[in-house]
Write a protein that binds this ligand. Structure first.
Ligand code: ZN
Length: 322
């Protein structure tokens, strides 16, 4: 019999990423379909199922080769039952994703939070290099994360473990967060937060490159900040130092509790690369215990958009013992 394959699915608000992946985590083929949010997203399981089986036919494989499906979804999820309590972007409320997809495909399905699966993906085939104690921090439009302890995702009592973006960084005041609190890490270290902090500092640097961009375009982005930091523009450097301070502090506090081997930074903001990494490392070393610093390696994520589907397959592979 030919080797066993798995399907990784990563459901986002606008697209669903799919991949057929072998037992070693190598992608055989990957593709995307649009997320159909009509009728509160109720057609999604059927559309995922038909996307998988058309692909299997297209690549001349057989259904029997598939051993299971791992699915990453946004929102609040019951990992045992695969029930999505709520996923606002998609329209799901109390949606039995696991049961519906199992009924459509006849295959075992495992569902977990998308940020957790990205952490597992990096652990298995990415910057985590197999580290069984790993902290993943995703710096994108928001700040997300995943904690892996002894090779398993830490979910907590009701699925909220790893909500790193809502660590309070500024105890009093600070900007309002989407969660309703103020001063969350996400209000500082997300792409949105970086742009906001740079804009607020413009008045102190009226002659800066960033001020010129702001005057021309009417706004700043995180990318503007990182691009100008490369030419050592003082305002950009000040912004990056500030966000690295809060990131280094939050990561050090987490690391003092969790003692991870790898700390993996992913998401769009992490594309700033070594410059950001070195700055975070410096502040991390200030706040973490020396033995914690010694044990931990901070690295930029390497799987990009594939982390979610690869992590989903790792999980279903574990659960099906294949
Ligand atoms: Zn928050």
């Amino acid at each position: 019999m030919s080797s066993q394959w798995f399907v990784g699915v990563d459901i986002g608000g606008t697209t669903i990423k799919l991949a057929i992946i072998d037992t070693y985590g190598e992608i055989i083929t990957k593709w995307e379909i649009p997320t159909n949010t009509e009728e509160e997203g109720k057609k999604i399981p059927e559309e995922i199922s038909s996307a998988i089986f058309s692909k299997i036919a297209e690549i001349d494989a057989s259904r029997e080769q598939l051993a299971g499906i791992g699915v990453g979804a946004p929102g609040f999820i019951d990992m045992e039952t695969g029930l999505i309590y709520q996923a606002v972007n998609i329209g799901w409320t109390n949606f039995p994703l696991k049961d519906l997809l199992e009924a459509e495909t006849g295959l075992p399905v495992v569902v977990d939070n998308d940020a957790n699966l990205a952490a597992l993906g990096e652990m298995w085939r990415g910057a985590g290099e197999g580290a069984r104690n790993l902290l993943a921090v995703t710096l994108g439009t928001g700040v997300g994360g995943g904690v892996i302890a002894n090779g398993q995702i830490l979910h907590g009592v009701n699925g909220m473990a790893g909500e790193i973006g809502h660590i309070t960084s500024i105890a009093q005041g600070g900007a309002l967060c989407n969660c309703g609190k103020t001063g969350c890490l996400e209000t500082i270290a997300s792409a949105t937060g970086i742009a906001r902090i740079a804009t607020e500092k413009l008045q102190n640097y009226p002659e800066s490159e960033l001020a010129k961009i702001f005057n021309q375009v009417g706004k700043l982005t995180a990318k503007d900040v990182f691009d100008n930091a490369k030419s050592e523009e003082p305002l950009s450097l000040e912004v990056i130092n500030e966000i690295s301070f809060y990131l280094g502090l939050a990561i050090a506090n987490l690391a003092n509790a969790l003692n991870p081997e790898k700390i993996v930074l992913g998401g769009g903001v992490s594309k700033a690369g070594d410059f950001l990494l070195n700055s975070i490392q410096k502040h991390f070393e200030t706040f973490a215990l020396p033995r914690v610093v010694e044990g931990a390696n901070i690295a930029i994520a390497t799987l990009g958009n594939d982390a979610g589907v690869i992590g989903a397959v790792w999980l279903v592979k574990q659960k099906t013992n294949k």
